[in-house]
Design a protein around this ligand. Structure first.
Ligand code: WTA
Length: 647
């Protein structure tokens, strides 16, 4: 393989990659501005963020930059009135962006749809009016269970425009998960599609929705709006189910934008935390829009002519911040692709870059590692010369994948922004900027205004090169407002985990002598499978809900493509083979059972039956011990936030 030599050299020499002078000179933040920003943020961080807030439009400006009187329940820009949708759409209609392309969408079969800012604005207004006519208003909850269609953007913006709150549930989750979310947020409305295309096949989404809504415990969903996408059979239950097209047809393309408080909720997005049960992370309008706007413009250096493509699904935080809200606020043109990167063959990403002239590509290490397996034949056949910046997110980017991306996709000229952040943070926190010296595998340094560190369990900074907990010492504008339905969780799970009043991210990291951060993985019992956070406890409870399993322990083990995959240890019920099934049959059945319970996102790679599981005296499963055994490591090697005893 042609990249092996480069990687070897890199690892031996500890090479750094220097951006081309042209990129540095033309960057939105040049070295002098960067130094000034760092200085300003150090001297007066609130005034630094206030400058960032002035780049956006507000109905009423703030009384103060930060209200920390109820810390850690921080309120950014208290007293201000705003709406993120005003910044993402309305203001562009009175600017030269009006007729610029906002969205280029491509379906897996090759169909395309394009929207200018004006067209998107009109569509959003139509759907906003339709939502109002269905009785949805300020503070109401709407769940979106949708494939990556333009309507996902339209629905998110329409919901936010009228002051309602959206919750996206990724299409890879099961009916049961969808039902849990509908109930937990108390959704009045669900937006979905009949189906979508994936790997040349049509997936029927409406069937899953019907299953979710048929349960008595689905909460109070009054209406279900269905986008007609895949022409599959969809049973429409009247009066609950409505076709999207019928609903918006007669609506006016003008609709007022609700004037909201800065801390009014914008969305709730579920993510697994230490406890294993997914938490509903709440973000609000004001601070979040400032955070995503600043980071998109600084890290991804948005220029008027850019074509920005973030390959994430809208169902994850990356999709919220850098597919939908960030790019639209920044007034750039964004690309969305519905389907698989391998369809019809493994050149689809490069083909999309070539055909639309993508200039910035933001993707996941998992995807890079998967596409690397096909060699350089595909990228070589496409014109990738329009690319000027690359980015990765979601999991550590190993140097091999970094160098492959740099050489073969970025023609050895595009800096790679390895961005560290989380659902909770809302915005990128640690990342290079285009002017930075890059070390493959490192997420570089905190962006100006962010104070990050690596500390031990007592909150003391650890020496350079030593692993510890990644913490943030100061609040930042994109931070979550809290956890839905758990008023104490923000404090207990994040700000009080480590002494010293710092925010504990739940990651293990180290800082090198140059102050560069290297993320090593989660410090809690959360797996990162192909860049998606899945709690071990979620998978365990799915396993024990099968009658053949009495106990289960799940751990994440390294995988060359997905970064991590799930391995399960199960103790079987005595009668597990009563119906004559073989162990192979049972393992297959258990895998299918977990898929049915949680969805395809929580695929288990291996299942190993055991006579018993190691436990603490108080009965807690020692997952750390199982993991260490599996990997032949010392269980004390990785600092952990999870205590092995119940003390
Ligand atoms: C991990 C995704 C290494 C980390 C935006 C974090 C990363 C979790 C990186 C958040 C990165 C994210 N390098 N690890 N560049 N970015 N992570 O909430 O463990 O889906 O805590 O947000 O992904 O995952 P989440």
């Amino acid at each position: 393989m042609d990249h092996t030599g480069a990687v070897d050299a890199l690892l031996q020499e500890e090479r750094v990659f220097r951006p081309l002078p042209q990129i540095v000179i033309e960057a939105n933040v040049n070295p002098q501005e960067y130094r000034m920003a760092l200085e300003k943020a150090e001297q007066d961080v609130l005034s630094y963020w206030e400058d960032a807030a002035h780049e956006l439009d507000w109905f009423k400006k703030w009384d103060a930059v930060l209200d920390d009187s109820k810390a850690p329940q921080y309120t950014w820009f208290p007293g201000a009135k705003c709406n993120i949708v005003y910044n993402a759409l309305d203001r562009h209609i009175d600017s030269p962006n009006k007729n610029k392309l906002a969205l280029i969408w491509e379906g897996e079969p090759g169909d395309q749809r394009k929207y200018t800012y004006y067209e998107l604005y009109r569509e959003v207004n139509r759907f906003a009016n339709a939502l109002r006519s269905l009785g949805i208003g300020r503070g109401d909850h709407v769940v979106l269970y949708m494939p990556l269609l333009p309507e996902v953007t339209i629905a998110m913006l329409a919901v936010a425009k009228i002051g309602a709150v959206h919750t996206l549930v990724y299409g890879g989750y099961s009916a049961k998960v969808l039902r849990d979310r509908l109930r937990d947020v108390g959704a009045k409305l669900l937006v979905t599609a009949d189906g979508f295309y994936r790997n040349g096949k049509v997936i029927n989404l409406k069937h899953i929705v019907d299953e979710a809504l048929s349960g008595a415990d689905a909460g109070g969903v009054e209406s279900c709006v269905v986008v007609h996408r895949a022409n599959v059979e969809a049973e429409m239950h009247e009066p609950r189910d409505l076709w999207y097209a019928d609903l918006v047809r007669r609506e006016s393309p003008e609709s007022p934008t609700e004037v909201l408080n800065t801390d009014d909720p914008l969305f709730i997005l579920y993510s697994s935390g230490t406890t294993g049960t997914p938490k509903g992370i709440v973000h609000s309008h004001g601070g979040y829009m400032v955070g995503v706007n600043r980071t998109l413009n600084w890290v991804f250096d948005i220029k008027p002519t850019d074509i920005f493509w973030c390959t994430a699904d809208a169902g994850w935080i990356t999709g919220h911040s850098y597919v939908v809200y960030g790019p639209l606020i920044a007034g750039t043109t964004t690309v969305m692709y519905e389907g698989s990167a391998l369809y019809p063959q493994a050149d689809r990403l490069w083909d999309v870059v070539d055909r639309y002239g993508v200039t910035i590509l933001y993707t996941a290490p998992t995807l890079i590692r998967m596409l690397m397996r096909y060699g350089t034949q595909y990228p070589r056949q496409k014109d990738l010369s329009t690319l000027r910046l690359l980015g990765t997110v979601g999991e550590p980017c190993n140097p091999e994948a970094w160098v492959w991306l740099y050489k073969n996709i970025g023609h050895s000229e595009c800096p790679i922004m390895d961005t560290w952040w989380q659902t909770e943070s809302g915005m990128i926190l640690i990342s290079p900027l285009p002017l930075s010296l890059l070390k493959p595998g490192s997420v570089n340094r905190p962006i100006p205004g962010i104070d990050a560190d690596v500390v031990d369990a007592q909150g003391q900074p650890v020496p350079a090169g030593k692993g510890g907990f990644l913490v943030l010492r100061q609040p930042w504008p994109g931070m979550m407002r809290g956890i839905h339905g758990a008023p104490d969780a923000l404090r207990e799970d994040y700000w009080e985990r480590i002494p010293g009043g710092v925010y504990c991210a739940g990651d293990v990291a180290r800082k090198d002598a140059d102050g560069y951060f290297w993320i090593q993985g989660r410090a809690d019992e959360v797996m990162n499978i192909a860049g998606h956070r899945i709690g071990t406890a979620e998978v365990e409870s799915a396993l024990v809900s099968h009658k053949a399993v009495t106990e289960a322990a799940v751990i994440g083990v390294p995988d060359s493509i997905k970064g991590e995959v799930a391995k399960a240890f199960v103790v079987l019920a005595e009668e597990w083979d009563a119906d004559g099934a073989s162990l192979d049959d049972l393992v297959r059945a258990l895998r299918a059972h977990v898929r049915a319970e949680l969805g395809s996102v929580a695929e288990i790679k291996t299942i190993e039956p055991r006579a018993s599981l190691p436990r603490t005296p108080s009965g807690k499963i020692l997952r750390r011990l199982l993991r260490a055994e599996e990997l032949g490591e010392d269980p004390g090697d990785m600092p952990s936030l999870v205590q092995d005893d119940d003390a």
